[in-house]
Design a protein around this ligand. Sequence first.
Ligand code: 6PG
Length: 252
Amino acid sequence: MPPETRVYADAEELAAQAAASILGLIRSALETGPQAVVVLSGGTTPAECYRLLARLITEAELPLDRMVWAFGDERWVPAGHPDSNEGMARRTLLDPIRAPDRTILSWQAGSGDPVERAASYAEKLHPLRPGVALQGLGADGHTASLYPGAVALLPDGQRVPVSVDLPGDSAAVWLPSESRWRLTLGPAYLNRARTTVFLVSGAAKRASLARVLEGDLAVPGSWIRGQNTLFLVTRDTLGRDTPDFPKDVRFA
Ligand code: 6PG
């Protein structure tokens, strides 16, 4: 199915509507299968959505033991570090809903060997098809830690450019701009998602979102498409000449 784009007035409305949409997708996964596997994105955009989603999940009394929480990517820091994506998700969502620790798949980043950590994460996750996979988008078009022009180290020791054909489910990526490793799921795993949900907000993302919506494969965000793909965006991410959309416009 072609991606669907929903445009919201601002970050606050995006967070509220995204939380409601994600809850619906989790419910649907629980109704149609033994468990709901949710791949969470990192960065700053999803934090408010996660806080609201935590309230909705608690009110809905979802069966937490039938859920699995994974992370699309992680910085090379322990979960307690302020930069950790897992740490952000635990503070805003997983701790408030009291997700059982056995349901949270940690990259265990920050110690040991990054390539080995990426390989063992993929091994744990491979048997699990994601019901919902959340993706952010960087101004440079990256999503998860699939950065344009970056080099990925694979479990077999190969060094390959990050690309849409990245072999395997995960990789360790050296990020020169941060002088730090990143661990990331790749298109092979992420594209198994029943529904991919991009959350994009802020005028800084305008150019990269336009290229992703066009399917420009020079931009990693274009590599990620689930069985269904939703772009939940704020109006300021669309072109200056974009007409004033009424709230929650849905157009394919
Ligand atoms: C990360 C994320 C990354 C993020 C984008 C957007 O580790 O930073 O996984 O892919 O989603 O960089 O980040 P913001 O939401 O902070 O703009």
